[in-house]
Design a binder for this molecule. Structure first.
Ligand code: MG
Length: 392
């Protein structure tokens, strides 16, 4: 590309709206200061030839640390002393021997800036001299003097909300800052100074995700955007169980007693379906199996209602921050017909899992009279469980 970019980040502000003891550009997200996240973004843009941060001297070490490994050699991170006002900080940074043809002035607290946005603004600024990203107002805009009643409705299509980086040809931005200082002109952004001295500032479509951290829940929003994998932390587990059919036992499947000539034999109530689901939950957590948590050598589990095992496994998952996303299970039984009981089983299982019935699937099939199931020696069950961290 025919241009290169020097980035200037004024970072000397104290950000009173955040209500924190540390200025918001130094608040930590995922263990990194917000400014460090912003620096990472620019470090990944090949057309950025240097970054100049203007900060108060007490944070120079923090800024240096945040940029360590990101910049260096022919792509320096320059730290200059910030000024009283944002405009003073920018002017101090512009006093450096900048290498870029263009200068992009960016808020320290916009860590979601993307290469595509910056490149688009630079291309326009290279042609026009000055360009800013901006979002058109989406809501109807009212003017009010006192915040109590409206004075008028402002045409929305005339309202644009400025973002950063605001990009200028280097000579242009140095010139307007020099004039502004001489004339005592103050502005809250750099485009205002360019406008004040008669330069056209081109508008480029902004990015709604390029948010400026202003209030405490902005931090959460950025955290969510940066850590999608944390939100999508899912684990899958599978379980399989078989119990032998025997006369004189109750047949319990999915927590439901089902009338039949034989029942399943085992130490507990031998509910193969709930055992398979319980095993899948424990398996998803990689914490062994149902036998290691509820050993059949333990007399207290004799004839135990297997719903208790399942609930305890779900509690174990909950303690680690996981909830059940969904369950899909299959019971393999030659007889009795399970279809009439499926919905009742689903409701009971859903209750124990703490989810709505729509997240629980129970299917039944026969074994076509083949094998141990086909000979009605036993019943088998399989289950797959998805656990989702921090859901619901
Ligand atoms: Mg079992």
């Amino acid at each position: 590309m025919p241009w290169s970019l020097s980035v200037v980040i004024p970072a000397a502000g104290v950000g009173s709206r955040m209500g924190a003891s540390v200025p918001k550009q130094y608040l930590l997200i995922g263990g990194k200061p917000v400014l460090g996240l912003t620096l990472e973004r620019f470090a990944a843009m090949p057309f950025v030839v240097e970054v100049v941060v203007a900060c108060s001297p007490e944070y120079a070490g923090t800024v240096h640390e945040a940029g360590r490994g990101l910049f260096g050699g022919h792509r320096p991170l320059v730290i200059v002393e910030g000024g009283e006002e944002r405009q003073d900080s920018v002017r101090n940074a512009l006093g450096c021997p900048l290498k870029g043809d263009l200068v992009g002035i960016h808020d320290a607290v916009r860590p979601m800036v993307t290469p595509g946005l910056v490149r688009g603004v630079c291309e326009r600024a290279f042609e026009a001299g000055a360009a800013i990203p901006a979002l058109q107002a989406r809501e109807t805009v009212k003017r009010s003097a006192d915040g109590l009643r409206t004075l008028e409705t402002v045409p929305r299509n005339e309202i644009w909300l400025a973002q950063t980086p605001q990009v200028f040809r280097k000579e242009l931005i140095r010139e307007v800052h020099r004039l502004a200082q001489a004339d005592g002109v103050k502005a809250t952004d750099d485009a205002s100074l360019a406008e004040h001295y008669g330069h056209a500032v081109a508008l480029v479509a902004g990015d709604p995700d390029n948010i400026k951290l202003t209030e405490p829940n902005d931090i959460d929003r950025v955290r969510h955007m940066l850590e999608p994998t944390h939100e999508a932390d899912v684990r899958i587990g599978q379980g399989y169980d078989v119990h032998r059919l025997a006369p004189g036992r109750r047949l319990v499947l999915g927590g439901l007693e089902i009338p039949h000539a034989q029942g399943l034999s085992g130490h507990s109530d031998a509910d193969a379906l709930l055992h398979a689901i319980t095993d899948a939950v424990i398996g998803a957590l990689a914490l062994g199996d149902i036998g290691s948590h509820f050993p059949d050598t333990d007399a207290s589990f004799k004839d135990m209602d297997s719903r208790i095992f399942l609930r305890q496994a779900v509690e174990l998952a909950g303690g680690l921050g996981y909830k059940v996303g969904n369950v899909d299970a299959t019971v393999v039984a030659e007889r009795p017909k399970l279809r009439p009981h499926i919905d009742a089983m689903r409701a009971l299982i859903a209750q124990d899992l703490g989810v709505e019935t729509g997240r629980v699937s129970v299917k039944a099939t026969t074994s076509e009279r083949m094998g141990f199931v086909g000979r009605e020696e036993g019943i088998a069950a399989m289950a797959t469980v998805l656990l989702v961290k921090g859901a619901h």
